[in-house]
Design a protein around this ligand. Structure first.
Ligand code: GH3
Ligand code: MG
Ligand code: MG
Ligand code: MG
Length: 340
């Protein structure tokens, strides 16, 4: 997109990866979706045979797995949805479904990767191929060897752990890619995405939308006089002020350098003027301190809007806000100008 002209650097202050949950408690006999609670690796065991549920439990429970039992397909689907297990160990034939059908359902619904092991008395290769094609990761034939079950579960656990780490890192990267590192505000890309969405909403539902371009005044001289770090302090404080004065339905961000954008919706011209004037006055009144030195700074603002009628043109709105900002600078800075 053309309008927002500067680039922000890569961010550092984004939310951390969610730690996996730890749970504890007492163990229960195999049966109706009983929780056998040891540590955090959750396994749903779906089998209509009580004997096999018990056999699986005997192998896994003492190795710290948290087991949820399901007697049939419906219970298994619910248990997977409720507990988001790392693994599902499923029987091939159950009263209301097949292990293959369960594989398909788990694959279809899942938010995070679940490793599926088919446990079957069926040694027919064609059926095993069918199971793997339906989404199973592995299979074991009944009667199973306890050590082999444990080993295959451990493989599954490693695979899901890797999947989940990757997923968490991707989520973090997504946040980082939209965050400005110095201020923690949304960056240029995030603002672009948001304003495009918001502007099309404004056109569809007929509400007003405003873009405010803000630029710190004589900022180069602040850097020259007090140093770059002091300049950063000023930028961060301005960002905080924007955040403090931005309602949940609006957005503010740093487009780069000492330039910021505020986007406001559902407000008239007088409302925008009041909101921006509050920011301008607040910043002007700030005593900014760095290394024991007190500094003062001001900012200029250019505002352009979409009235909620006609076809919006984001690039034009940005050009208009930029031009208004230029006028504010030209007229002496520390002031607000609306696009003509
Ligand atoms: P005007 O009132 O016309 O906007 O003047 P100005 O000095 O603010 O504008 P100019 O574009 O000449 O200078 C902007 C300065 O902002 C130059 C650049 O070094 C500085 N700058 C850009 N990004 C950062 C940053 O992340 N930290 C600091 N400390 N300075 C920055
Ligand atoms: Mg069965
Ligand atoms: Mg500038
Ligand atoms: Mg400036």
């Amino acid at each position: 997109m053309s309008g927002f002209s500067q680039k922000s650097r890569l961010p550092e202050g984004a939310p951390g990866i969610r730690p996996s949950q730890l749970r504890g408690g007492s163990c229960a006999a195999p049966g109706d979706r009983v929780e056998t609670c040891l540590e955090q690796c959750k396994i749903v065991v779906a089998d209509d045979s009580k004997i096999y549920r018990r056999l699986v439990e005997e192998v896994l429970a003492e190795h710290g797995y948290m087991i949820y039992f399901a007697n049939d397909g419906r219970e298994a689907v619910n248990a997977v949805a409720d507990h988001q297990p790392s693994l599902v160990i499923t029987d091939w034939e159950m009263p209301d479904t097949t292990g293959i059908e369960l594989c398909r359902k788990v694959r279809h619904n899942q938010d995070s990767y679940t490793y599926i092991i088919l446990l079957t008395s069926n040694t027919e290769k064609t059926q095993i191929v069918e199971g793997l094609a339906a989404g199973a990761d592995d299979y074991l034939t009944k009667p199973f060897h306890p050590g082999e079950l444990l080993a295959r579960v451990a493989v599954g656990r490693r695979v899901t752990e890797l999947h989940r780490q990757l997923q968490a890192k991707n989520a973090l990267l997504e946040v980082l890619a939209l965050t400005d590192s110095l201020t923690g505000l949304p960056n240029r890309r995030a603002i672009e995405d948001w304003t495009k969405r918001e502007l099309s909403g404004a056109a569809r539902y007929g509400f007003a939308f405003w873009l405010v371009m803000a630029d710190l005044d004589h900022f180069k001289s602040i850097n020259d006089k007090y140093g770059h770090e002091a300049g950063d302090v000023v930028i961060k404080r301005f960002a905080e002020l924007l955040r403090e004065n931005t309602r949940a339905s609006n957005l503010c961000g740093r487009v780069g350098g000492e330039e910021f954008v505020v986007a406001l919706a559902h407000v008239d011209r007088a409302g925008v003027q009041t909101a921006v004037e509050r920011i301008r006055c607040g910043f002007e009144a700030e005593k900014l301190t760095f290394d024991g030195t007190t500094m003062r700074a001001t900012a200029s603002f250019g505002i352009a809007g979409f009235p909620g009628r006609g076809t919006p043109d984001l690039d034009q709105i940005l050009r208009d806000a930029d031009a208004a900002l230029y006028t504010a600078k030209h007229k002496g800075r520390n002031r607000i100008e609306f696009a003509s």
